[in-house]
Design a protein around this ligand. Sequence first.
Ligand SMILES: O=C(O)CCC(=O)CC(=O)O
Length: 262
Amino acid sequence: MAFAHINGIVVHYELLGDPDARNLIVFSNSLGTDFRIWLPVFDELADNVSVLVYDSRGHGLSGGADKPFGMDDLVEDLAGLVEHVGIKKAVFCGLSVGGLIVQGLYAKRPELVRKIVLCDTAPKIGVADTWNARIKAIRDNGMASIADGVMEKWFTPHFHEERDEDLDGYRVMFERQPASGYISTCEAIRDTDFSDILPTISVPTLLVVGDQDGSTPPELVRAASERIPGASLQVIEGCGHIPCVEQPEALAALIQQFIRKT
Ligand SMILES: O=C(O)CCC(=O)CC(=O)O
């Protein structure tokens, strides 16, 4: 557990392993979560892989929830953290809004990026009306008021039935995110369209999606994969929007295979 001042906020992060390892993966979390969603994947990765995880602005123990922010801030935070830690080049893996942040990082700082894993994400996620309705619901009634709907998109019915303790735990994680940080992140997603960035990506890229993802469904992720030269797509069966929690072994195996290729 570590903290750094980056772009005027405190960023909570953890570096697991050697920052100079060739197989260094930087993970960027999704909306309404913190970096703990990646720990089940880290547990499944080989010993020669090191990992940097962090809480994005307005989430977890990172600061910045008190002032509005946008996608540029989220991208600058990631670049600033990577520099702070002394990483020259890494594999970047982003989940959902984390995937948008990674796309934005590639556009601004391609020299930092060795390979990309885009997990349950797209260049544009959702439409303005839906984001505005979600923001209004939280302003009117708080985070807990939308938690049921969010959990339905995050996890499959099987997860809801068989892993009720985990479901309750991740619901608590969601409900504890600062509403203002969550709202700014919704606005950042609403206002972002990175469609033009995808064809410019020239590093090896893997896209992964859960077959039952209710937030960024397989067809959306497939369309994104078709815009990135040479990218490959893998669909994880029996999985919703958060494969790092629901199917960490499957996700880690795909990542491991991908980073092994030159
Ligand atoms: O998960 C994200 O980062 C954004 C996509 C989304 O809306 C997922 C959710 O329903 O919370």
